[in-house]
Ligand binder design. Structure first.
Ligand SMILES: [Zn+2]
Length: 496
């Protein structure tokens, strides 16, 4: 669809960008290797290699600044060329505004903080982590000041993860989503149809049997064997060293098979996005997802809207019964409720579709206040617990179930959590666009998952990051980040 750039300046940018691309691709393979195959003692050297490669990548990007500035003055660019210039400017903005000493300090502080955080969480002792977190917050505020912002300083950090997304946008999403979800949750609890637990959650499985199930799942999703592979790592992830080389990982806990199964589906959703961008975008800065939120909408579409539907449970039924003998005790109806338990819990990563957004809203509210200096780091544990109690009516008794549960802050990620909810919202916008899910149910019912993949390819995937996330949504849906769609989806699925 997109011709390789016509504009001579953009052409020159793309030619020189191959150096940046090659460094990024190499780091992706090294990162994948680190999580899947590297012997433990390799960590130090790998860290040094990453640092050096990242500096080379920064240097090669900054060298393109004059060309990008020149291209910004051109009036005859097509959408693809404009996208290249926009994405390059975003990358340059970060490199040019954040001094290397600050990047280096963040690196040092967060590396140490992550080690301390692990111990603090194990001991459930916030006092240990507090000084490190305080330092990280100070550095994050500095980053916001350097980057510059309009209105709230947190806007500078949100924009790093979701282009153009602001406190005003997030406030609007949560102000509708939280009260709406609370009402739905009350109805679901009162009806008692969706159970809070299921006997299959404590059943153990053989890793080899579950590997066969996951292999069957990626086959069902039509993952192309020559361009895709699946391995095992502690924390599942997706990485794409190249357009024709996309990899996912999954994990096997040995119990409660839905965890590994849905992790495989989730990561496959990310992988499908990467595999279905226009091949002409390969080696360019726009061969990537539009944003974290849009990427997450793709993984959650397959995991939740498709994967946790009645139709999908029927579709995988033979695969499960063939490989997991203990499943034979349960019919499809029971399996559907096994993959759709609804429970108010302390831990975000264990949350179901309906309670998940309360957890991200909590982190969003806390981060917004702390970056603005409205609350002090010492107040975080109680602010956390008060907010969860307000949202879900439950209160953590220890900080490992509260403020210490996520790794993100120790790594310096502030502004990230809201993108999980944006993913859920955009997933429901797709559901709404496909006739309130009717077209999804029909395709999955027939086992024709290719029809869904093709819709996503034609409407979202092929564009890579040519359009900003908001522009892409306006193009596809005529609206952006609309929380009403998620509430209608919840109502349809859980209340109707
Ligand atoms: Zn994801």
């Amino acid at each position: 669809m997109f011709k390789v750039a016509k504009n001579p300046v953009v052409k020159e940018i793309l030619g020189k960008y191959r150096e940046v691309w090659a460094l990024g691709s190499s780091m992706a393979v090294l990162g994948w290797d680190m999580e899947t195959h590297m012997p433990e003692a390799g960590a130090n050297a790998r860290g040094i290699a990453f640092g050096q490669l990242a500096m080379l990548q920064q240097k090669a990007t900054v060298a393109l600044n004059p060309l990008v500035s020149k291209a910004e003055k051109a009036h005859d660019l097509d959408d693809m060329e404009k996208g290249v210039v926009r994405v390059m400017r975003r990358n340059l903005d970060y490199y040019l505004k954040i001094p290397p000493e600050l990047v280096d300090e963040i690196q040092r502080v967060t590396t140490q903080a992550t080690v301390v955080w692990r111990t603090a969480r194990k001991k459930s002792d916030f006092k240990l982590f507090k000084p490190h977190l305080g330092k990280i917050i100070e550095l994050e505020r500095k980053v916001a000041e350097k980057l510059g912002y309009e209105g709230h300083p947190y806007n500078a950090l949100l924009n790093l993860f979701e282009e153009g997304f602001t406190v005003r946008d997030a406030d609007a999403v949560y102000a509708r989503l939280i009260p709406g979800s609370r009402k739905i949750l009350a109805k679901v609890s009162a009806a008692g149809v969706y159970p809070s637990k299921h006997p299959l959650e404590s059943v153990k499985y053989q890793k080899e049997s579950m590997e066969r199930v996951n292999e069957g799942i990626v086959k069902l999703l039509k993952m192309p064997p020559k361009r895709f592979r699946m391995d095992v790592s502690t924390h599942p992830f997706t990485t794409g060293p190249a357009h024709d080389d996309v990899r996912i990982t999954t994990r096997y806990e040995g119990v409660d098979f839905k965890a590994t199964m849905y992790s495989t589906i989730h990561e496959s959703g990310h992988a499908i996005y990467g595999l279905q961008t226009d091949p002409k975008l390969a080696y360019t800065p726009v061969d990537d997802g539009a944003s974290y939120g849009i990427h997450e909408s793709q993984s959650r579409f397959w995991e939740n809207v498709v994967g946790r539907s009645h139709e999908f449970v029927k579709l995988v039924d033979p695969l499960l019964r063939k490989n997991l003998p203990f499943v034979s005790k349960y019919d499809d109806e029971s399996l559907y409720y096994y993959v759709n338990t609804v429970k108010k819990s302390f831990i975000r990563v264990d949350a179901d579709e309906l309670t998940y957004n309360f957890h991200t809203a909590l982190r969003y509210e806390v981060e917004k206040k702390v970056i603005n200096g409205d609350v002090d780091v010492s107040e975080l544990p109680s602010l956390w617990n008060d907010t969860l109690e307000e949202y879900l009516g439950i209160r953590p008794k220890k900080d490992s179930d509260g403020v210490l549960q996520d790794v993100h802050w120790s790594g310096g990620s502030f502004g990230y959590f809201a993108t999980y909810t944006l993913g859920n919202v955009v997933t429901a916008m797709i559901w709404h666009k496909l006739k309130d899910g009717a077209e999804i149910r029909e395709a999955v019912g027939k086992g024709d998952l290719m029809a869904l993949r093709e819709w996503l390819r034609a409407n979202i995937h092929r564009y890579g990051s040519i359009y900003s996330p908001k522009a892409l949504q306006m193009k596809v849906f005529g609206e952006a980040y609309n929380p009403e769609r998620l509430l209608s989806y919840f109502n349809y699925k859980f209340v109707r």
